[in-house]
Design a protein around this ligand. Structure first.
Ligand code: 13P
Ligand code: SF4
Length: 301
């Protein structure tokens, strides 16, 4: 099918099946355009369980669809590409976490939503990059096992007087941002503000003007005007920035940061899962219920 025909079919099927399309800010422009809601991890998790639609086509990576299923198990959550994983989520090994818990029984396990349901099930509370600070301050424990993203953890730990323990977990896309790249940008564009995602390495994060989730980068940009903003996160967000806050000028870090997994969703596989109601994400109910506790505790904050 031609692109326009595919788009028409997706719109028709969506209506016929009363389905909703949710897309993360890192999706390609054409997916963002056909989506009913585009947002960051927290916004999409919240929408998943508040919208009335019984079928959700989740344009994002596996853990995001899994989170939607955990929060709304009665709904059909369809993931257009089942192999759209998140390498960081796969870096957390449940055995390693259980060992850490044994070593530090008085620590709270705070888990970034970029994790598997199995890991969430052995955690005390989840967080996303937009609420991590509030979550960390809300837990009474003075010791924190922060998994899987040690970069996010270390970037927050600078401002929180608690003791942190990490595993080797990071996002390959954000970890690849080098200090030298940022220093070069600062030299070429000294008047530009650098907005970074907190998944960058701490040695890079210290050069950020702001460390924000994708949703908060967008909100910040919408509230300022005529600025030169350097965006140190996945390239998909630039589409939303140009669309919702065209009054500023946006620059990448000298190259496009691409998450290959986020780009596995395309019009063809969105059309196919809608048509066939295939690629449904379903979890073992016991894991699902345990994981739900840590997500709900986060949402209650
Ligand atoms: P946000 O929660 O900021 O949208 O980030 C999700 C993500 O995968 C970042 O790499
Ligand atoms: Fe995972 Fe990084 Fe891709 Fe986000 S950008 S989904 S953390 S690999």
């Amino acid at each position: 099918m031609e692109k326009q025909e595919l788009i028409q079919e997706i719109i028709r099927l969506k209506k016929e099946k009363n389905a909703v399309i949710l897309a993360h800010n890192y999706q390609t422009p054409e997916i963002q355009e056909i989506a009913d809601f585009v947002g960051d991890s927290l916004e999409l998790a919240k929408i998943s369980h508040t919208i009335p639609n019984q079928t959700i086509v989740f344009c994002g990576v596996f853990f995001m669809a899994e989170t939607a299923h955990i929060l709304a198990p009665e709904k059909k959550v369809l993931l257009p590409s089942l192999d759209a994983g998140c390498p960081m989520a796969d870096m957390a090994d449940p055995h390693e976490i259980l060992e850490l818990k044994k070593e530090h029984p008085d620590a709270a396990v705070v888990t970034y939503v970029n994790s598997t349901a199995e890991i969430k099930a052995i955690s005390d509370i989840c967080c996303t990059s937009s609420n991590a600070f509030q979550v960390l301050n809300s837990v009474k424990e003075k010791k924190i096992i922060f998994i899987p993203d040690r970069n996010l953890g270390r970037n927050l730990a600078r401002f929180i007087s608690k003791e942190f323990f990490y595993i080797v977990g990071y996002c390959p896309v954000h970890e690849a941002v080098k200090k030298e790249e940022i220093l070069k940008l600062k030299e070429i564009m000294p008047d530009a503000e650098i907005l970074m995602h907190p998944e960058v390495n701490p040695e890079v994060a210290v050069f950020a003007d702001k460390l924000l989730s994708t949703g908060n980068i967008l909100k910040y940009a919408m509230n300022v005007s005529n600025k030169n903003l350097i965006i140190a996160t996945e390239a998909g967000l630039l589409y939303q920035l140009h669309k919702k806050a065209p009054q500023n000028r946006y620059f990448n870090i000298g190259r496009d940061m691409i998450c290959p997994n986020m780009k596995k969703t395309n019009l063809q596989n969105v059309y196919e899962v809608l048509k066939n109601e295939s690629n449904q994400v379903v979890l073992d109910p016991e894991i699902r219920e345990k994981a739900k506790k840590s997500i709900v505790r986060m949402l209650e904050i």
